[in-house]
Design a protein around this ligand. Structure first.
Ligand code: GLY
Length: 320
């Protein structure tokens, strides 16, 4: 489903939606910092709503992030995350995810995970049940089985047909917008911060290819003292600059979340000697004060923000 259709569906189902003109200068929430959740793309909205429900039910902000991302992973209509994700060039769905807890700077990640629909939860188990941070491929699959996760066929009949068509067309270039990732960040009323990131990655990617999403500092970074940032877009353009770590460092230097996202985009464009419009890099961020921000280079990029007061899709700063 393309981004516009998703957006339309979500907008029409909401009773109270505000589409803000700009994320720049979003004001701090008075009083406490949170709860506040921000996520990439329209499918981030139901995910963030679930995060708030989980937090209100007594879960930690880490639980809330995991539960929110699981909503997108379980939704077969979301063709870039979890079940129903676009397969790689071999017709295999390989999932990447990471999760990070700002209360202790712990993190867990999995990449190229096959047959298990919730890589975010497997990543969390890596964080909590092993001495390691990152487990990949067959090792990740073995670990998921050992932890008792349920297997599922991730390739839907629709995605199989589209992949076959792509093969028939000799692997013609995949149009922009055919990949997107959920990055979801949260802060609670005590200013505890967590984040997660989950994707099936670039459509028809090389078997075994890993993008930015499961990389700590690439697709996601959480700094419990400063804030958090998450990414979506062409992983190769994000991971070479440690994009989300860079955003956290820019916030540490005093930039607002949106200014920091723009700063990262400008740094990548400068380094690559390209126009931002040619990069497909998009970010969401929040800081310890409870301010959120977002910026991207894709015209179609939107983000979702959920607090106690509102649930809305915002149009971030677009840098071209
Ligand atoms: N940002 C997702 C990927 O490039 O795999």
């Amino acid at each position: 489903m393309n981004v516009n259709r998703r957006l339309f569906g979500i907008l029409s189902s909401l009773t109270s939606v505000a589409v803000a003109q700009s994320a720049r200068g979003a004001m701090p929430i008075e009083g406490t910092a949170g709860p506040l959740f921000i996520a990439t793309w329209p499918f981030g909205l139901p995910a963030c709503k679930q995060s708030l429900v989980s937090l209100k039910a007594g879960g930690s902000v880490l639980d809330a992030v995991e539960q929110g991302i699981r909503v997108a992973e379980a939704d077969t209509e979301v063709d870039s995350v979890g079940v129903g994700g676009i397969p790689n060039a071999n017709g295999v769905v390989q999932l990447d995810a990471c999760i990070m807890d700002g209360t202790n700077q712990k993190a867990g990640a999995v990449a190229a995970l096959e047959d298990y629909p919730h890589p975010i939860s497997v990543a969390r188990k890596v964080m909590e049940r092993t001495k390691h941070v990152f487990v990949v491929g067959q090792g990740a699959k073995d670990f998921a089985a050992q932890q008792g996760f349920e297997k599922q066929d991730l390739l839907t009949p629709q995605q199989r047909e589209k992949w076959k068509q792509w093969l028939k067309e000799n692997g013609k270039e995949v149009p922009k917008g055919s990949h997107d990732t959920i990055s979801l960040l949260g802060i609670d009323a005590e200013r505890r911060i967590a984040g997660g990131c989950s994707t099936s990655g670039l459509a028809y990617k090389l078997h075994g290819r890993v993008g930015d999403s499961p990389l700590i500092g690439g697709g996601l970074y959480v700094d419990g003292e400063v804030g958090a940032a998450g990414a979506t877009g062409i992983g190769e353009n994000i991971l070479r600059y440690c994009g989300t770590f860079l955003i956290c460092e820019l916030m540490r230097q005093g930039k607002t979340p949106t200014e920091a996202c723009i700063g990262a985009i400008e740094r990548i464009a400068r380094g690559d000697r390209k126009k931002p419009a040619d990069l497909s890099v998009n970010f969401v961020a929040l800081d310890k004060q409870g301010r959120w921000g977002a910026a991207g280079t894709d015209e179609s990029f939107v983000a979702a923000v959920v607090t106690n007061q509102e649930a809305k899709i915002i149009k971030p700063e677009i840098v071209r």
